[in-house]
Design a protein around this ligand. Structure first.
Ligand code: ZN
Length: 119
């Protein structure tokens, strides 16, 4: 069974009698990464009482991809040997830090240009 079929079956099981257009769902999932698809199904099963439409599901895959990106960034920062959770400390006492060049290159570039605002 493919990931797509497995995901479809999980949705059918969670929302009985609400799904018909199997081929439509399969089509809309054709260009999705398996990890995003599978995690988005998990997300709906946890948060939604009713079955999402194909369009609602597709929209949530964008959010899921963002959540995966954020989680991957956090893992990179935690694993980075060159900083403290994404920050390089210049002066502990004055709490002066800048974004780490190794694990947060985009933020580091912005910091170098003077455009970085800590969040
Ligand atoms: Zn780092």
């Amino acid at each position: 069974m493919s990931i797509q079929e497995n995901c479809f079956d999980r949705i059918v099981a969670a929302y009985p009698a609400q799904l018909e257009h199997r081929s439509l769902w399969m089509q809309s999932w054709a260009d999705l990464e398996n990890s995003v698809l599978s995690r988005t199904v998990d997300w709906f099963l946890k948060h939604w009482a009713r079955c999402p439409t194909v369009a609602e599901f597709k929209a949530e895959t964008v959010n899921e991809r963002n959540r995966i990106t954020v989680a991957a960034q956090r893992d990179r920062m935690n694993a980075c040997p060159n900083c403290e959770s994404g920050h390089v400390v210049i002066d502990w006492d004055k709490a002066i830090v800048h974004p780490c060049q190794s694990c947060r290159p985009e933020q580091f570039d912005r910091w170098q240009r003077g455009e970085y605002r800590p969040s």
